[in-house]
Design a binder for this molecule. Structure first.
Ligand SMILES: [Zn+2]
Length: 343
């Protein structure tokens, strides 16, 4: 039988159409074995109909699995081209000059600055919070920055999104932010992604040491939180509304809560309106975004005490700060037991 199949394949007979032809021959062989077991054809085929049926089933299962893998592969979101490796070796003279105020800091110094250059950071959202985050991370010499945003620059953004210029009106935000960062510091590498980051982006997140989220909806933030939990990457999160903002580090792998530990459910409609509806005072994202960049630098350089398990709440209208202790929940729907062992 196998010889018949191979010969048919070599001769290109009959009207060979890939596996459909093999299946047709296989069915014909089984039919001959079942319907005319004593015939010359059955003797030529040889073997037992059950054995042939089982073999065909195994082959069909294998082919189905291959087809499924191919479909999954096609549906997977392609990763961006990996950026070129960060320059190795000691800091160059222009870099030593550029980062001089960092290098004299006891908590950073040369090793801290080298850690910043090695770091890979993903900035989700190039809006009000993303603007100072991107500018300060690039200025600080964070070696590889990926910035993701699916929006375009509009005139109403320019009141607070200080990374953009009037001439950027209408441009994709990720690309305009990338150009601004490269103009500020040619020693960093920036990848612009003109799309949102979703829960399915764990592989992309895992290519980074740290994520900073400045998106402005519960759904977007929950998706980033889920991707970071899956990738085991800490998430510096900031949020703003009107005159008040907050910042913390979601990091369940290191004992801190994730976003779903503290905010398991979406707020009721109208309770947490986006900036477009509620308004936001221009410098507020500057304050909170700068705090996010500061936390990122501390985490990368292992300096001081990062805001893990603590949430800083800033009230700009009354000039007040509050610090809240927040704890991880063992029964958290996103990071609770079963997802990974917390360190
Ligand atoms: Zn959690």
């Amino acid at each position: 039988m196998l010889a018949v199949l191979v010969a048919a394949r070599l001769l290109g007979w009959p009207e060979w159409r890939g596996w459909a032809g093999v299946a047709a021959l296989w069915l014909a062989a089984i039919a001959a074995l079942v319907l005319a077991p004593g015939s010359a054809l059955a003797r030529l085929i040889g073997g037992d109909a059950r054995v042939w049926g089982l073999a065909g089933g195994v082959v069909a299962l294998g082919l189905g699995y291959r087809l499924l893998l191919r479909q999954l592969h096609r549906r997977a979101i392609p990763l961006p081209d990996p950026p070129a490796p960060a320059p190795a070796g000691p800091l160059s003279d222009p870099e030593l000059d550029r980062y001089a105020r960092h290098i004299v800091l006891r908590e950073l110094g040369g090793p801290g600055q080298a850690a910043l250059r090695r770091a890979r950071v993903l900035v989700v959202g190039a809006g009000g919070l993303g603007a100072p985050v991107c500018l300060y991370l690039a200025a600080a010499g964070v070696g590889r920055i990926t910035v993701a945003d699916d929006d375009r620059v509009g005139l109403s953004n320019l009141q607070r999104q200080v990374i953009f210029r009037s001439a950027d009106d209408g441009r994709p935000k990720a690309e305009a932010a990338r150009d601004a960062m490269l103009a500020l510091n040619p020693h960093v590498e920036v990848t612009a992604l003109n799309r949102r980051i979703g829960a399915e982006d764990a592989a992309l997140v895992a290519e980074h040491d740290l994520v900073l989220d400045g998106t402005d909806s519960f759904a977007a933030r929950s998706a980033v939180n889920a991707a970071c939990i899956a990738a085991g990457v800490p998430l510096v999160a900031g949020a703003i509304a009107q005159w008040e903002g907050q910042v913390t580090i979601w990091d369940p792998r290191n004992g801190a809560p994730c976003m779903a530990c503290i905010f398991p459910d979406a707020p009721a409609t109208g309770l947490a309106p986006a900036c477009a509806e509620a308004g936001v005072v221009g410098p507020l994202p500057g304050v909170i975004g700068s705090l996010m960049a500061l936390e990122a630098i501390k985490l990368i350089a292992r300096a001081g005490a990062p805001l893990r398990g603590r949430m800083l709440i800033f009230d700009g209208l009354y000039g007040e700060n509050r610090l809240m202790k927040i704890a991880r929940r063992a029964d958290c729907p996103a990071c609770g037991s079963g997802h990974f062992r917390a360190g």
